[in-house]
Design a protein around this ligand. Structure first.
Ligand SMILES: NC(=O)C1=CN([C@@H]2O[C@H](COP(=O)(O)OP(=O)(O)OC[C@H]3O[C@@H](n4cnc5c(N)ncnc54)[C@H](O)[C@@H]3O)[C@@H](O)[C@H]2O)C=CC1
Ligand SMILES: O=C(O)C1=NCCCC1
Length: 308
């Protein structure tokens, strides 16, 4: 095996390091061919017998001259809780000749880049006064979102709800900062200025009637066309932003089944070609894009190469 072809776990000193390259990648993705991003819709292979899925996520960024593919598995209702519900590996290639340069743990990349993209959406779409953050879910993405949201924004209160209260309490004890455990999703959502949904729910857990007018919602879970996290009310009565129109119309149950109209891609907001209507109630429907993994893997590889 080539010396540089290594498998290693990674540690970002701070997820906010990802923000500038991710903003550029989102803008390039939403610029069509001139943005230089090649990213086909991901292939998802259902493994019905075990309630699992394998996702294949390739992308090339001409601007970064970076070529990757991520393989990610995600499984519902896992009985063995010692195995994470999502596991991923990113393969980084030399675009000049196709040589594999590195095999990188993709689980940390997935957690950090997803949270960083939600943070970008929040920077543009949160109301002018955003004192209360609500997180629905207490798994891997809840942790990565808590970390970057409390680093970048100044919330006075963080409210958390999880289907099992025990897990929410463990979450609150393990994070570096305050988190108030709520007994119901409604209690957590009430009064929140920014809401993050990071669950494996397949039916709605967030209802429009609970949401404060003008709040911003990052809807991160429900990545299958028949899965929901948000009800029709919140989907239809908010301004809807997505990472990729094509993906949202193919993969997102919240978008497809509600019939909600997509207002803009986040990359269009970053570029300034579509407005950030932060005074309205907004939803950012995140499905996750391969190009986000590409720029994150390049950042990790470049920083590892320069220290070796
Ligand atoms: N948009 C994106 O880029 C990405 C989205 N995701 C999605 O984010 C969500 C969270 O992922 P992780 O934190 O890695 O998963 P996780 O398994 O670590 O955490 C999932 C959380 O959801 C809760 N949960 C499970 N079933 C539920 C249900 N039926 N109703 C309510 N809560 C339920 C669990 O108690 C747990 O706290 C998943 O839907 C995942 O597919 C994950 C990676 C990237
Ligand atoms: O972008 C990703 O990575 C994922 N998105 C949806 C669920 C699985 C992983």
């Amino acid at each position: 095996m080539n010396e540089k072809r290594k498998m290693y776990r990674l540690h970002f000193p701070s997820a906010s390091l990802l923000i500038p390259p991710l903003e550029t990648a989102l803008a390039n993705f939403s610029s069509g061919p001139e943005g230089g991003v090649v990213q086909p819709l991901r292939t998802v292979v259902p493994v019905e017998k075990y309630n699992g899925f394998l996702g294949v996520m390739p992308a090339y960024s001409a601007v970064d001259d970076a070529l990757t593919t991520k393989l990610v598995t995600f499984y519902e209702n896992m009985k063995d809780t010692s195995v994470p519900s999502h596991q991923a590996t990113v393969f980084l290639f030399d675009p000049r000749n196709g040589t594999l340069k590195a095999v990188i743990d993709g689980t940390v990349i997935t957690a950090k880049r997803t949270a960083a993209v939600s943070a970008i959406a929040t920077k543009f779409l949160k109301p002018a006064v955003a004192d209360v953050l609500c997180i629905l879910g207490a798994g891997v993405q809840a942790h990565s979102h808590y970390e970057i949201f409390t680093e970048l924004f100044s919330f006075k209160e963080v409210k958390i709800w999880n289907r099992s209260r025990e897990k929410a309490e463990t979450f609150a004890q393990s994070v570096k900062g305050p988190a108030q455990v709520c007994s119901s999703a409604q209690e957590a959502v009430t009064g929140a200025d920014v809401i993050i949904t990071v669950t494996m729910a397949t039916t709605p857990i967030l209802f429009g009637s609970w949401v404060k007018s003008g709040a911003h919602i990052n809807a991160v879970g429900a990545s299958r066309p028949d899965w929901r996290e948000l009800d029709d009310d919140v989907m239809r009565n908010s301004v809807l932003y997505v990472d990729s129109r094509e993906a949202a119309l193919t993969e997102s149950g919240d978008v497809i089944l509600s019939g909600a109209e997509i207002f803009a891609e986040l990359g269009e907001v970053v570029k300034g070609t579509k407005p950030a209507l932060s005074e309205k109630t907004t939803v950012f429907k995140s499905l996750g894009m391969a190009i986000e993994d590409t720029v994150a893997a390049k950042l990790v590889f470049d920083s590892w190469s320069s220290s070796n």
